[in-house]
Ligand binder design. Sequence first.
Ligand SMILES: NC(=O)c1ccc[n+]([C@@H]2O[C@H](COP(=O)([O-])OP(=O)(O)OC[C@H]3O[C@@H](n4cnc5c(N)ncnc54)[C@H](OP(=O)(O)O)[C@@H]3O)[C@@H](O)[C@H]2O)c1
Length: 262
Amino acid sequence: MNLNLKNKTAFVCGSTQGIGKASAVELAILGAKIVLIARNEASLKNVVSEINAINNLENDYIVVDFSDPAQLRATLAKYIDKNGAAHILVNNTGGPPAGKISDAKTHEFLSAFNNHLICNHILAEAVLPFMKEEKFGRIINIISTSVKQPLKGLGVSNTIRAAVANWAKTLSMEVAADGVTVNNVLPGATSTARLQGIISNKAVKNNEPIDKISQEMMNEIPAGRFAEAEEIAAAVAFLASPAAAYINGINVPVDGGRTSCL
Ligand SMILES: NC(=O)c1ccc[n+]([C@@H]2O[C@H](COP(=O)([O-])OP(=O)(O)OC[C@H]3O[C@@H](n4cnc5c(N)ncnc54)[C@H](OP(=O)(O)O)[C@@H]3O)[C@@H](O)[C@H]2O)c1
């Protein structure tokens, strides 16, 4: 099985922590050069140093805030003009705030749509010409199992995730003949700052201890535990590899068996 990513470059978004950072590390282990993308420059510099020690390459970063798609487009164009594009794009950013859909305000949907779908599209537009030229491209979108089964209390997120999944499926059919695949990784509950935030909010709202909320969540997972970010990243790295060339346009839940449909 060919998992070799030497001489490949990967743009990995939302990569200062959590699933994005873990994905950058796994891709670097397979030999890819990494360009990290997120807002916090100090954290980006720290992660670049960690990754330099893994693949012995000159990895890089781009500072950008996905809440400003125009800024993303301009910054990306400037970067690619100077440094070139990427063979692998991992689309990922912070999840929309939790809350019931009946409480959601219209501007929250617009903001999540911009941060997720519009930014994914801007990134794909920027890298696709290079991927097609190279006859090798991998676009991997970190979404959520809510694509298959909406999660309670994540109204805006559930809505936007479905749009991103359908965007990806449609794109996958248009670019397959050029050697480009587009797939979605759907994490279940994964031990990251995002999950800690969701658990803490629920604990405050229900006036219950954090441990009780965590245990209740774990009871719904057949594996009986939360995922580690590295376990999500392993799926990302496999989908990015040459070995996964014929896997295209699918959703891959990595959720310990929690999603109760196929
Ligand atoms: N953890 C879970 O249990 C779980 C389950 C299902 C789905 N997911 C989804 O998977 C994705 C990643 O989750 P995670 O738990 O790894 O999240 P996380 O720990 O909150 O990390 C989010 C990353 O995105 C970056 N980011 C956040 N807002 C950004 C913005 N406006 N512009 C650019 N970068 C931004 C952050 O870096 P900076 O702060 O430096 O920008 C950080 O590196 C999210 O969409 C999440 O909802 C997570």
